[in-house]
Design a protein around this ligand. Structure first.
Ligand code: SF4
Length: 153
């Protein structure tokens, strides 16, 4: 069986981002995987019931709560989205994920620092964290070649 890959649905040009702006990732490998039927897409935030557009949210580095710029605690929604993403991986026997860097859900190396000042720190998003706990390897748009090297040809 071919390896399937979980992918942030914003990479496929779906209108799921917090600000409603569509931002597809244009990449040859991605096009190839799409054609091969490898990609299973999800936006953990939208699947949890959050709207588009929605206020930006960041993880508080101390409490680990996810808080919007309007000071609303959306941790529960983010946790729910992460669980649905994990379930989807388990259903499709997915071991690999390509998720958007720096997102409070999907970030895999960096996230914003919780102060809404565009500053990034080392860290991972809520979905990435849960997937990794369950052994799924998470890559970003910057490490797509490394992901390609993990795939059975
Ligand atoms: Fe993209 Fe993930 Fe943000 Fe959804 S939660 S818009 S999939 S980065």
């Amino acid at each position: 069986p071919i390896n399937k890959i979980l992918i942030s649905s914003c990479f496929l040009g779906e209108r799921v981002r917090y600000n409603g702006v569509v931002k597809p990732l244009v990449n040859k490998l991605l096009q190839q995987w799409q054609k091969q039927g490898r990609l299973i897409s999800i936006c953990p935030e939208v699947i949890s019931g959050l709207p588009v557009p929605r206020p930006p949210a960041e993880i508080d580095p101390n409490t680990k709560q996810v808080i919007t710029i309007e000071s609303i605690d959306v941790t529960e929604q983010f946790d729910k989205g992460a669980k649905i993403a994990l379930h989807l991986c388990q259903q499709h026997n997915i071991q690999l994920a390509l998720l958007k860097e720096s997102s409070p859900s999907c970030g895999s190396n960096t996230i914003y620092d919780g102060t809404f000042s565009q500053k990034k720190i080392i860290g991972e998003g809520v979905t990435t964290k849960l997937l990794r706990v369950h052994g799924i390897k998470v890559f970003s748009e910057a490490s797509i070649e490394e992901l390609a090297a993990q795939i059975d040809k």
